[in-house]
Design a binder for this molecule. Structure first.
Ligand SMILES: [Zn+2]
Length: 79
């Protein structure tokens, strides 16, 4: 089989498209995973809005600024 210029260009374009799609999907997966991990660690105080890192596994955490109790995975509603 003889490779002509049209087939070669199609092959290069198609392989480039596949590479961009694969690397893009992989990059989005890594970004999603790091955001999920960061969301698990970061807590926003429901009273003062202070953002702090929480590395404990407890359900209730104390805010560093106002010492209020916050739920670890609170839904953001007051009360
Ligand atoms: Zn606070």
């Amino acid at each position: 089989m003889e490779l002509v210029l049209n087939d070669f260009v199609r092959l290069v374009l198609f392989s480039t498209l596949v590479c961009v799609a694969v690397f893009g999907a992989f990059s989005r997966f890594l970004h999603w995973r790091s955001e999920r991990k960061l969301k698990r660690l970061v807590t926003v105080c429901r009273l003062c809005g202070h953002v702090f890192m929480n590395r404990n596994d407890t359900e209730l955490v104390h805010c560093d600024a106002c010492h209020a109790l916050n739920l670890r995975n609170g839904n953001g509603k007051l009360g």
